[in-house]
Design a protein around this ligand. Structure first.
Ligand SMILES: *Cc1c(COP(=O)(O)O)cnc(C)c1O
Length: 377
């Protein structure tokens, strides 16, 4: 049944339980492909995972949790709370932990949105933001991103009395583009104080430009800024599902009232502490990006394809022609036939683009070779 039916029906008169209005309009999150026909171990460049895996110290910490399978985790996640507070010089009680930063977004949505409210994001904004807002029966407003880049004035045009949250991933996914901190500050200065500005720093470590800042300093002294980070990308712990947010104390305490008590596992808490400490592993990941992101950008651009950016994340977004046989969908299928999995982003309103995670050297070379064959067919 369509959601129109659901919203006009009196649910108390229905012959079966009906989801609340809006739920059936939501498209479930589309994950990156993980299988390719004919390949036992395809090269997965579809989910922005860390091609180096994760820190050996994180592996050891994870294994140590094996003896604690029968024990509930610490609901306050104290070990990782203290480790992050120390490393970033933050007040521990202002930290929020979640089953990935995804859960932090969902908790913020649940805490602030009621039906009739709205959430603002960029037109290509990360899908998880909007899914959580729709689940609260809120409106999602998408601000234009000219040239695939967040535009502060466009965001501000969407804000009104019923805006409760503004989500900004910087750098963005799937665009990979970013805005300088001066623009983030301008956005914050112009926002009414009742709006929570959520700065999603999932890819922030990959941006080394002097004009960039993840916003933690702004959050320290603001009553309406939340900065989120994840262990899924730089630290390569996507499987363990752990992320965090740094919020004003009042917001952290409000979120804590509805948070599932045991939302991060013992293994995740321990591995995250170890990963945070392993700066060699983090550096190796950043070095890999420093070498291969520009290489991929230049090589793919050299094939006549449109590489959006420059990307400041661990992936590149590539535009394809509309010519039959040469489209993004054709490229996606062709690469899969070579055992190379990339991410179609049609669900982001970008049917002519694919997103490619920066991989290890042999993966990147195989990718470029395959794309070259594809374009030369
Ligand atoms: C990958 C990603 C995250 C991190 O999600 P987790 O739930 O922490 O794994 C957050 N925001 C964006 C934009 C992402 O692409």
């Amino acid at each position: 049944m369509s959601s129109d039916d659901a919203s006009t029906l009196d649910r108390s008169k229905a012959d079966r339980p009906l989801p609340k209005p809006g739920i059936l309009d939501i498209h479930a999150y589309v994950p990156g492909k993980a299988t390719a026909k004919g390949f036992a171990e395809p090269v997965k460049l579809s989910a922005n995972e860390n091609p180096l895996g994760s820190s050996a110290k994180a592996h050891a910490a994870y294994e140590s949790a094996e003896r604690s399978l029968h024990v509930y985790p610490d609901p306050r996640a104290t070990i990782i709370r203290e480790a992050i507070a120390r490393k970033y010089r933050l007040e521990p009680e202002r930290l929020i932990f979640g089953c990935g930063s995804d859960e932090v977004f969902a908790l913020l949505n649940q805490t602030f949105l009621e039906p009739g409210d709205n959430m603002v994001q960029g037109e290509y904004g990360f899908a998880a933001f909007a899914i959580g807002a729709w689940a609260c029966q809120a409106e999602v407003r998408r601000a234009k991103e000219p040239n695939f880049r967040i535009d502060v004035d466009e965001l501000l045009k969407c804000v009104d009395d019923r805006t409760r949250l503004l989500f900004l991933a910087n750098p963005g996914n799937p665009t990979g583009t970013w805005i300088p901190f001066s623009e983030v500050r301008r956005l914050h200065d112009a926002l009414p104080p009742h709006v929570v500005l959520v700065l999603d720093g999932a890819y922030s470590e990959f941006c080394d430009d002097a004009g960039f800042d993840d916003g933690l300093d702004l959050a320290r002294t603001s009553t309406n800024v939340v900065v989120t980070h994840t262990f899924s990308k730089l630290h390569g712990l996507a499987a363990l599902r752990i992320g965090w947010g740094y919020a004003p104390l009042e917001i952290a305490q409000a979120v804590d009232r509805i948070r599932l008590p045991f939302n991060t596992s013992i293994a995740a808490q321990r591995a995250a502490v170890a990963a945070l400490d392993d700066e060699d592993f983090q550096k190796a990941t950043l070095d890999l990006m420093a070498t291969w992101r520009p290489w991929l950008t230049q090589q793919i651009g050299g094939l006549g394809l449109d590489v959006i950016g420059p990307s400041a994340a661990n992936f590149v977004l590539v535009g394809f022609p509309k010519t039959p046989g040469k489209t993004a969908a054709d490229a996606d299928a062709f690469l899969a036939s070579r055992g190379l999995l990339v991410r179609g982003v049609g669900n982001y309103g970008l049917p002519d683009h694919i997103r490619i995670t920066v991989g290890l050297e042999p993966h990147n070379r195989a990718l470029v070779e395959a794309l070259s064959d594809f374009m030369g067919r």
